[in-house]
Design a protein around this ligand. Structure first.
Ligand code: DON
Length: 572
């Protein structure tokens, strides 16, 4: 009896000690997102406070903006599993304190055995869901190769150090936010459909504060820490990815993983009035489209017309209509298709493209088509991070699994979700993808090719100095959102918080309508535009910007978007 009592007593003490340890650990992981911050030296803006903190800690240890971005990226793979990733890809634009610029493409690639018609049935019709859900929707992941390439070229701190916060968060767990809990609840049936093995995400009812522990992911992160590229693209992790593929009809192979390489590219740079805009070249369409949009509206008196005036919205929507028509025809992976970047950004071409712009009438998208110039033709969750460090280096990076939790396949043993990026290819000419985007030959599926993206990580200079760092998730709306938030500051005189939180609209050629955020678009403007022939569709929200602005006194203003409750800006 006495013995049983002692055991019970010991049990209670042990339980209390464990609870205490957990409470302490939770306290260390507590986070209250902060939407806006002003700081003298450095700034990190991410979609999750725990990731922001990982980035700031790296900066405090003497790391630079690239180091901080890498730590954020790995931490996001743990705390923001719907888009943060090891199983996806992304784009990074860098501007160093000395003004030098660079761009890194670590977009996923089509596996070697992918082919043009792989999502079509025998009659040539698209098989619904095949390019978006399940194993066959996954491209070869690029994130780990990208982060390692970024570190090799620009890293200052030991790579191993940069993975520590992520490993700790995966190993010990962290309390999920309300937004993540909601998202997890709405994808339970998809998780069950595409995953035979148990995983940490399967649970009947997630609520804010529930602890998410990811032991398998911690193990994979340790392998990457200790072995670098081979910790992911070879050995156990590669075996687990390939085994997962075999279990569900996926096609990413050992060869695909071994051959994956991130690619340094020349950033796209264009001028808008006093601003130099530095953005991402293909395989993203973001930079080309953003620079086209800016050049097309530059001759018009936007400032005088004012924010959400009918004239400003009309010209911006008409420019978008033409730009997205060009995107569908000419944009794709420039390693596979001769994307006519110089022609698309040629001043005279863009002037000509707007020549049929009618100031009082909407053009029909049918009439617009893609622009005409002579070329030789051989032929819904993402995350963005903006960082500025004390040395004046800036990084703008957007990464994604494409949809929430990608293709919903969690790699058994390795502990992460795989992307469903194959849907960003044009799976059949003229058939819209999940963002309503259409494409053709330029973005047709080919082995090893990168699927076209809209991600637009961007850095802006004014008079030779760093001015702004920005980017966002949002599929096809990414480009028009970066465009609008920049103009909100540069033309409409808003401070950054106002610029990010202001209502937005979007036009992408097809479907032929202006999408607006419910309750956030001036009704009088809408009425006037309807009178000019525009049609409207309301949506809950358009994109989720994370931006940093250099203030005239030299301080940095970081802003996360009110549209994502977890967005977080912090500086030092
Ligand atoms: O690369 C692209 O353009 C898309 N895969 C991005 C997806 C996205 O932003 C979804 N998020 N809201």
């Amino acid at each position: 009896m006495k013995f049983a009592k002692s055991i019970l007593f010991l049990g209670v003490i042990l339980g209390m000690a464990l609870a205490c340890q957990r409470a302490l650990s939770d306290a260390a992981h507590q986070y209250i997102p902060q939407k806006s911050a002003v700081a003298a030296n450095s700034m990190v803006v991410t979609p999750h406070a725990l990731a922001t903190r990982a980035g700031l800690d790296v900066l405090k240890q003497g790391g630079n903006a690239v180091d901080a971005t890498i730590a954020v990226h790995f931490a996001m793979a743990v705390v923001f599993p719907r888009a943060g990733n090891l199983g996806g890809g992304g784009f990074m634009v860098i501007r160093l304190g000395n003004g030098a610029t660079d761009a890194l493409d670590y977009r996923e690639k089509a596996p070697a055995s992918a082919h043009r018609d792989m999502y079509l049935d025998s009659l040539g019709n698209v098989i619904k869901g095949l390019s978006t859900d399940g194993h066959l929707a996954a491209g070869t992941p690029g994130t780990v190769a990208g982060l390692i390439a970024a570190h090799q070229k620009y890293g200052k701190l030991d790579f191993k150090k940069l993975l520590e916060p992520a490993i700790r968060l995966a190993e010990e767990g962290f309390p999920v936010s309300g937004a993540e809990a909601d998202r997890l609840n709405s994808f339970q049936s998809a998780f069950r459909k595409f995953n035979a093995a148990p995983n940490p995400f399967l649970k009947d009812n997630w609520t804010a504060g529930d602890r998410l522990v990811q032991k398998e992911l911690a193990r994979t992160l340790r392998l990457i820490r200790d072995k670098g590229l081979t910790g992911f693209y070879a050995g156990e992790t590669a075996d687990e990815i390939v085994a997962e593929m075999h279990s569900g009809g996926g096609i990413v192979s050992h060869e695909d993983l071994k051959n994956y390489q991130a690619k340094w590219r020349k950033p796209l740079i264009g001028q808008y009035k006093d601003y130099k805009v530095i953005s991402m070249p293909p395989s993203s369409s973001g930079g080309v489209a953003l620079l086209q949009l800016l050049k097309m509206v530059e001759p018009f008196p936007l400032r005088q017309w004012g924010f959400q005036s009918k004239e400003a919205v009309h010209v911006m929507a008409e420019a978008s209509r033409r730009v997205y028509a060009d995107r569908s025809q000419y944009l794709g992976d420039s390693d596979f298709f001769p994307v006519p970047i110089d022609s698309l950004l040629n001043d005279r071409y863009l002037l000509k493209r707007m020549a049929d712009f009618n100031a009082s009438k909407a053009t029909s998208s049918e009439a617009v088509g893609a622009g005409n110039f002579k070329i030789s033709m051989e032929s819904f969750e993402t995350e963005h991070t903006s960082v500025v460090d004390a040395y004046g280096n800036a990084v703008s990076v957007t990464t994604t699994l494409n949809s929430n939790y990608g293709c919903k396949v969690w790699v058994d043993g390795a502990g992460f979700f795989l992307n469903n990026e194959m849907d960003d290819f044009s799976v059949k000419p003229g058939v819209p993808n999940q963002f309503g985007l259409v494409g053709a030959e330029a973005n047709a599926i080919q082995p090893h090719k990168r699927m076209l993206s809209s991600m637009t990580p961007t850095i802006v200079e004014k008079e030779g100095k760093l001015f702004m760092v920005l980017g966002t998730p949002g599929g096809s709306t990414i480009i028009t959102t970066v465009f609008q938030v920049f103009l909100n500051v540069a033309e409409f005189g808003m401070d950054l918080e106002k610029a990010v939180n202001a209502g937005r609209f979007h036009h992408q050629w097809l479907p032929d309508l202006i999408m607006t955020e419910r309750g956030a678009f001036n009704p009088a403007t809408r009425q006037a535009l309807e009178g000019m022939g525009h049609r409207f569709q309301e949506v809950e929200r358009i994109a989720v910007i994370k931006a940093i602005l250099k203030l005239p006194d030299g301080r940095l203003h970081g802003v996360g978007d009110f549209r994502n409750p977890d967005d977080d800006a912090r500086g030092e």
